[in-house]
Design a protein. Structure first.
Length: 152
């Protein structure tokens, strides 16, 4: 399966902020949308200037305390953005995420941004793949233990 197929299943929404936005605005957007990163773009259809991830925000708070959230996105964003193409296989995406130590990749087709894929998207796809087509192997790998919320 390729990235475009996963995108069709999950949706193609891409959220972005401007470089001169306050970090706190980006945090609010990420919280509202339940996402771990936003692209940094001057305008909605423009060139990607960077990406702001949860890791960037934690680094900022660690260095500047919570007052760092009043800073500008452009000052703390990751400028070197890794991306993939829609025809990438899931294995290629996983390898790229591991190699470049990223969890979010903008997806391009013919120099046009068509979505974002996250490590969570890839993991959800893999679990569905195991459950639907490889039940015996899935059961052998995961038959012991459980994952559960604390307090239950």
């Amino acid at each position: 399966m390729d990235v475009k197929t996963v995108m069709r299943l999950k949706g193609t929404a891409v959220y972005s902020v401007k470089p001169d936005s306050q970090i706190s605005e980006a945090v609010k957007l990420m919280h509202e949308k339940g996402i771990g990163s936003v692209l940094v773009m001057e305008d909605d259809g423009g060139k990607v200037e960077g990406i702001l991830s949860e890791r960037d925000i934690i680094r900022t708070v660690a260095e500047h305390t919570c007052t760092g959230l009043q800073g500008l996105v452009g000052d703390v964003m990751t400028r070197k953005v890794m991306a993939c193409t829609g025809d990438c296989t899931i294995d290629t995406v996983i390898s790229g995420m591991i190699k470049f130590k990223v969890r979010h990749l903008p997806v391009y087709e013919d120099d046009r941004l068509i979505g974002m894929i996250s490590a969570r998207d890839v993991m959800q796809y893999r679990i569905k793949q195991l459950e639907s087509g490889e039940e015996q192997r899935f059961q052998r790998w995961f038959r012991k233990g459980k994952v559960y919320p604390l307090g239950e």
